[in-house]
Design a protein around this ligand. Structure first.
Ligand SMILES: [Zn+2]
Length: 179
């Protein structure tokens, strides 16, 4: 009687990607934003701050930065699987990135998010230089107008102060602080 239960537990542990895909499908939906920004990702339930909203998974590594790639390290760029790749940028995001066990990023809620709200993250928190957005359409009150990457974020920016950025970028801040 115990065997089926044990097998099921093992399959969950070894099939982490399938599990992540199912969790993502339960947490969010890809919808048309109805504006110039095209598709976006919307919450399918309520989230508390700190909850994982999307588990990121790498579809393929990219040799160089592309308009859809996400930067993982100085010379490492990756195209993430849907829905992560579709999440739009905002200068006032409700998600932040955290490294995960797939070598990608999870997208966690940094404020309370109600159901049916577009989820966004700040692309400058992963990209040292950003080529995806020259004119930002996020509409936030604190919109920077364009997304130029982490290299152009002031050290006192809330996302920097809260340490909501890719770990490899810490090195650049040590350099700032060392000066
Ligand atoms: Zn903006």
């Amino acid at each position: 009687m115990m065997t089926p239960h044990i097998n099921k537990s093992v399959s969950i542990l070894t099939d982490g990607v399938g599990c992540a895909r199912r969790l993502n499908a339960r947490n969010v939906s890809v919808l048309d934003t109805g504006g110039d920004r095209g598709r976006g990702v919307f919450s399918a339930r309520d989230f508390l701050p700190g909850e994982v909203v999307i588990i990121g998974h790498i579809e393929r590594l990219e040799r160089i930065r592309t308009t859809n790639s996400i930067q993982l390290n100085w010379d490492v760029h990756a195209l993430f699987e849907k829905p992560a790749v579709i999440v739009n940028h905002s200068c006032d995001p409700n998600l932040a990135i955290v490294p995960n066990r797939f070598g990608a990023y999870d997208f966690i809620a940094i404020r309370e998010i109600y159901s049916d709200v577009e989820v966004t993250w700040d692309y400058a928190t992963s990209e040292f230089e950003c080529i995806g957005i020259s004119v930002c359409l996020c509409g936030a009150a604190n919109c920077r107008g364009g997304v130029l990457g982490f290299s152009k974020l002031p050290p006192n920016h809330p996302m920097v102060v809260s340490r909501f950025y890719a770990p490899y970028l810490e090195e650049t801040l040590s350099n700032f602080r060392g000066k």
